[in-house]
Design a protein around this ligand. Structure first.
Ligand code: BGC
Length: 443
């Protein structure tokens, strides 16, 4: 049978994404380490410990894995609490460590995508009230400026803040992340200050590196009404979409945006995204329910019916919604980078299918000329999954945390073929996920 190919444009970035706290190990000067020490906060009482031991130098072997896996890009984050361990001290050794990593990427031909804030704050920031404190956006911008100045000859493309919506909602509304609050007003405050933090950082970074491309990584999640004819379900789904999906990128386009019935205005945020970073995993249906209460925005959420769900029940595979997310992103009129996409699946049963179907949708979007520049799979090697500890495994490579040995999953081979060919082919689908063949290549 003739081979079919879903080709990607020349120069397309294919990488994996990681975050400092999840991979470095021995990361003790931030609020997540403190949170880990409290009983019951992390599933199974797990702790991050050495994580993937990148701080101990194992980034070298993992960068080799990315390189041998034919990737041409890698996303990692710089840990604020290492660079600025105290309010009035910059740690130049820590900066050198990251410069070594950036050289390591360069030597392997891996394009760096660097995040400045991925959920962790230095303890001294937490002690002053974290992102609820109006002074924190300026402090974050000063740190962003310091790092940009130090590494600007290695990095052109930046993520200021990873998923401010997740940070705010899980920490201040749902109580699953530190500081474990459940308060809508405080959530809104944190979201507003994070938007300001991004905006101030953007301007300071541009001043030291005018050619830098600066954006943020947005967690998009699809919300649709459970009962398609029920107006209250529609209304609730649209409130979710506005607050969760629209707020940050609209703010960074216009300098103002609506949040739960209020217009929030931050003039300096206008025009502060050179591209949009999109993290996409899954979608929900939303059903109105008074009994669910204000913190749940009077609604119950559930995965779309019929979608395949990951082993721990965290992610439903809804590839068409990935396409819709990319379509939604066009309104911001900037290039797009898929900065995260993946699934927890220790046994690697669902991951190959998930990967193939999502890359297929990505290709559809590219084919419609959506301005998509790259794709970063979450993640390279199993890493510390926040409050889920080591129970949720997202890696192309499996990690034995104790021995630090890595074991390649089949998905790693599949992804390597996609990266090498700059395409998804019918032959790959036949070999890695034969049951998808008819769906992707009908007739
Ligand atoms: C976060 C990652 C996390 C991943 C999987 C994203 O929301 O940016 O840090 O590991 O989802 O849950």
């Amino acid at each position: 049978m003739a081979e079919a190919r879903f080709n990607f444009p020349r120069g397309f970035l294919w990488g994996t994404a990681t975050a400092s706290y999840q991979v470095e190990g021995n990361n003790k000067n931030n609020q997540w380490h403190q949170w880990e020490q409290e009983e019951g906060r992390i599933m199974e009482g797990d702790s991050s410990g050495l994580a993937c031991d990148w701080w101990g130098g194992r980034w070298r072997e993992d960068f080799d894995r990315a390189d041998e896996g034919k990737q041409n890009a890698l996303r990692f984050s710089i840990e604020w609490s290492r660079i600025q361990p105290e309010p009035d001290r910059w740690d130049e050794h820590a900066l050198d460590h990251y410069i070594d990593m950036l050289r390591g990427l360069d030597e392997r031909g891996l394009f760096p995508l660097v995040t400045l804030h991925h959920f962790t704050d230095p303890l001294w920031i937490t002690e002053m009230g974290g992102w609820e404190n109006e002074a924190v956006p300026e402090l974050f911008a000063a740190y962003a400026e310091k790092v940009t100045d130090a590494v600007k000859s290695y990095v052109t493309t930046w993520i200021t803040i990873n998923e401010p919506n997740v940070y705010a909602a899980l920490g201040y509304l749902l109580g699953e992340f530190p500081p474990g609050e459940k308060h809508l007003g405080r959530t809104i405050k944190v979201m507003t200050n994070m938007a300001r933090g991004h905006a101030l950082a953007y301007h300071k970074m541009k001043a030291v590196q005018p050619e830098g491309r600066i954006g943020f990584a947005h967690h998009y999640r699809g919300f649709s009404p459970k009962r398609s004819r029920n107006p209250l379900d529609w209304l609730t789904a649209s409130i979710y979409n506005r607050a969760w999906n629209d707020f940050f990128p609209t703010m960074f386009r216009d300098g103002k945006a609506r949040l739960v019935g209020r217009v929030i205005s931050i003039p300096e945020a206008k025009g502060t995204q050179d591209y949009l970073g999109m993290n996409f995993y899954t979608s929900d249906t939303v059903q109105f329910s008074l009994a669910a209460g204000l913190n749940n925005l009077f609604s119950h959420r559930a995965f779309p019916e019929g979608a395949e769900v990951s082993p721990n029940g965290m992610i439903a595979s809804v590839p068409e919604d990935f396409f819709h997310a990319l379509e939604w992103a066009l309104q911001f009129d900037v290039p797009l980078i898929v900065t995260e996409n993946g699934v927890e699946d220790r046994k690697d049963h669902l991951r190959r299918e998930y990967l193939i179907e999502h890359i297929h949708q990505l290709w559809r979007a590219v084919n419609f000329n959506y301005p998509i520049k790259g794709y970063f799979f979450w993640t390279l090697v199993d890493n510390f999954e926040w409050n889920k500890g080591w129970t949720h495994r997202f890696g192309l490579w499996e990690l034995d945390v104790e021995s630090q040995s890595r074991n390649r999953r089949k998905s790693a081979d599949l992804y390597a073929e996609i990266c090498e060919e700059n395409a998804l082919t019918s032959d790959m689908v036949r070999r890695y996920s034969p049951n998808l063949f008819e769906k992707l290549f009908p007739g």
